[in-house]
Ligand binder design. Structure first.
Ligand SMILES: *Cc1c(COP(=O)(O)O)cnc(C)c1O
Length: 363
């Protein structure tokens, strides 16, 4: 197998663990359990292990292969599937996951049959849609009926609770209002089934804002968090929360310079389309010094989502496997073979961690 050092993504597991512990401590005070979400880091089982060591009580992902890796690695925590199960995967969901999030009665019935075949009881959380418009019951009467149906008719399912997700498609913020709406749906169900639900799961990373503000309704007791813990970035960048008590450099990206030259900044010749079929606009800044990096959009997605640490450089553009960096005003004189460091965000991390071309190093 070919051995390549760069591009390289480093993952500091100690920092990762410390970030989890910092957030678990804050959530504990509000009676909230954290399910550590590993999908943003392509389910590295080392990260699932760090979630466990930091105090997360469940490992969650949208993808079964990541959950399987976690189990095989021996992490040993209960596992949760975040994406509504496909009908074609219900057997595997029951085999690999202790809990799944659900919004379709047909899927619940299929999960029940799969659980019966495997002699198991599978936990389900029924999802409400409070306005973000991705998954979940829109009609809350229908949701209550579905929950009661699970409780009374589906013997191999355990109705563990209710949940919602916001801030993913519709960019909706979790508020005391929509969280209370979820609690009241839970209480309607509880009144019908005559017992308390185990979980009321009021969202993901964005609900950590309510934990920090101290305005989470008391009965919310489970959050499913990834990004806000291991990158500790969005709550700071998008909402202005002070996250300085958490490490924002769990992940670092390194790329190697393969060419350094003075070149025009505007392409020369008849302009047609770029490699992805787009027609970009090029600014003419005269002749400038540029460094070419052996890393491209296949590895990280878009240049807007990676952040050079090097002083005085900027990213000009990229193709599948190349990145062009303006180094005219760089503090360090860059040469072929130099290594350049970047910070990453969620949008680039999902690609970088999944890319086969990127060397991953746990430190
Ligand atoms: C992705 C996802 C999460 C976790 O999102 P983060 O932003 O990484 O905290 C939680 N719940 C569901 C349903 C998800 O799909």
């Amino acid at each position: 197998m070919v051995k390549q050092m760069y591009p390289k993504l480093t993952i500091n597991l100690q920092y990762f663990k410390e970030n989890v512990a910092a957030m678990v401590e804050r959530c504990d005070k509000c009676g909230i359990t954290i399910a550590g979400v590993i999908k943003g880091t392509t389910g590295f089982p080392q990260c699932a292990q760090a979630f466990k060591e930091g105090g997360a009580k469940i490992i969650a992902s949208s993808r079964l292969e990541q959950i399987e890796d976690t189990i095989e690695y021996g992490v040993g925590l209960p596992t949760m599937l975040l994406r509504i199960p496909m009908l074609t995967e219900v057997d595997e969901v029951v085999r690999l996951c202790d809990i799944s999030l659900n919004s379709e009665v047909a899927v619940l019935k299929a999960l029940n049959e799969a659980a019966a075949k495997q002699n198991k009881v599978h936990k389900v959380i029924i999802m409400a849609d409070v306005g973000d418009l991705r998954e979940g019951f829109w009609d809350k009467d229908e949701m209550v009926e579905a929950a009661v149906f699970v409780e009374n008719e589906l013997k191999n399912l355990d109705l563990a609770g209710v949940g919602f997700n916001v801030g993913c498609w519709g960019s909706i913020e979790p508020t005391p209002d929509n969280l209370n709406e979820l609690v009241s749906i839970a209480e309607r169900i509880e009144a019908r089934i005559g017992r308390e639900l185990e979980y009321i799961s009021g969202g993901a990373t964005s609900t950590l804002m309510r934990v920090i503000d101290g305005n989470v309704p008391e009965r919310i007791n489970l959050l499913r968090c990834g990004e806000g813990i291991f990158l500790a970035r969005d709550l700071d960048v998008f909402y202005g929360y002070d996250m300085s008590y958490m490490h924002q450099d769990v992940y670092k990206l390194y790329a190697e310079v393969i060419e350094v030259r003075d070149k025009p900044t505007h392409p020369v010749g008849k302009i047609a389309i770029d490699c992805f079929g787009h027609k970009p606009v090029y600014e003419d800044r005269g002749i400038r010094r540029r460094a070419l990096l052996a890393m491209g959009r296949v590895d990280y997605g878009s240049i807007e989502e990676i952040f050079p640490v090097e002083k005085g450089v900027s990213l000009v553009g990229a193709a599948s496997d190349h990145t062009i960096m303006d180094v005219e005003d760089a503090e360090r004189r860059l040469e072929v073979g130099d290594i350049v460091e970047f910070d990453v965000n969620y949008a680039s991390l999902v690609y970088l961690s999944a890319s086969r071309n990127v060397n991953k190093e746990f430190i």
